[in-house]
Ligand binder design. Structure first.
Ligand code: XIL
Length: 332
């Protein structure tokens, strides 16, 4: 069958996948990526925790190995993520850091050192960064707090992160990335994201695009998609693109937690949910990238994510390829 990257290219899209260092050791999976993708993302290896696990000590070797292979295969690379806002995803040393007598300056120094070092290291090898990931509290639509927002103010800190990225990666597309969805349960999340983006635009923050994580599926009762359920999603995308932002699907997968046990039925259900979502989201000419968060079932983070497992204990089937690397209906 025609490579997904070729199909995507005809529609003016890039097509890619996220891969972790362990999976990267698997030649069959790497070959699948090489055939299908023209974009790679490191699933964990460019996160703060991986890159600067200890203060001032930077580790780039795992990401460098993956990215040099990606380049040799003609793939472009996205950076994920310069700052992941929830405190639980910042390294413990950052959360426990002594900000001293000049906490504002110290917070700014830490942010600047991290972002500048990462951006300078990768240079033009990374064409697009998730600068800030998950800044909005889904339940309230308010801004999440962490050690940086406490010292700098939340909008101010996010603005600063984008400005530092702009300074040290002036060529790169700078993205705000989050996991709001189309359903009613996500209404506050969507509103909060739009409010943040408006505030950034009003300040002249160099934010170029909105990353739609797109972990879609049926893990709760709110999930079923269908055309009607997409009305609010269109409204959301209209608002974002109306601000002049491009869109990217940055972490696509389909949670099949609540779909029937039968594998064939489940794969059909996953494909149907994906179609509803992708038909709408890819219909926006400003959507430029479609990136999967795992492209074969055994490689998906959902196999071990504590909110994902099926009640019947069966392995999840959230991606276009089976664990045996056979194409499933989602791939067709
Ligand atoms: C996930 C990885 O896939 C896991 O391996 C890791 O343990 C936790 O993070 N949203 C994001 C990604 O922005 O960084 C997350 O990746 C998945 C949800």
């Amino acid at each position: 069958p025609e490579a997904l990257r070729a199909i995507a290219q005809r529609k003016g899209l890039r097509f890619g996948n996220a891969i972790g260092a362990t999976r990267f050791q698997d030649p069959a999976y790497r070959a699948l990526m090489a055939r299908e993708c023209n974009v790679m993302v490191a699933e964990n290896e460019t996160k703060w925790q991986a890159v600067q696990a200890r203060p001032g000590k930077f580790t780039f070797a795992p990401a460098d190995r993956m990215f040099s292979w990606a380049r040799s295969q003609g793939m472009a690379v996205r950076g994920h993520t310069l700052v992941w806002q929830p405190a639980k995803w910042l390294p413990r040393w950052v959360n426990e850091h002594d900000f001293g007598a000049q906490p504002v300056r110290e917070a700014e120094r830490l942010l600047r050192e991290h972002i500048a070092t990462v951006c300078r290291h990768f240079g033009k090898d990374i064409y697009s960064y998730d600068v800030v990931n998950e800044a909005i509290e889904p339940a309230t639509g308010g801004l999440r707090r962490n050690v940086f927002t406490e010292r700098l103010g939340a909008v101010e800190q996010i603005d600063l992160a984008f400005r530092i990225a702009r300074e040290h990666a002036p060529h790169a597309q700078l993205v705000y990335n989050d996991y709001m969805r189309w359903d009613a349960g996500s209404a506050k999340h969507r509103a909060g994201v739009l409010e943040l983006l408006r505030a950034l635009k009003a300040r002249g923050t160099p934010v170029h695009a909105l990353g739609l994580q797109s972990h879609i599926g049926s893990w709760d009762e709110s999930a079923p998609a269908g055309a009607d359920a997409m009305t609010e999603w269109r409204r959301f995308l209209d608002e974002a693109t109306g601000m002049g932002l491009d869109l990217l699907i940055t972490e696509f997968d389909v949670n099949d937690r609540k779909l029937p046990a039968d594998a064939a039925l489940r794969d059909a259900g996953v494909a149907a949910l994906a179609r509803d979502y992708l038909d709408v989201t890819l219909s926006y000419p400003r959507t430029r990238d479609l990136v999967l968060w795992g492209m074969a079932d055994h490689a998906s983070w959902l196999q071990s994510w504590d909110e994902a497992p099926r009640l019947d204990g069966l392995p999840m089937r959230p991606t276009p390829y089976s664990a045996q690397l056979q194409a499933k209906p989602l791939r067709a």
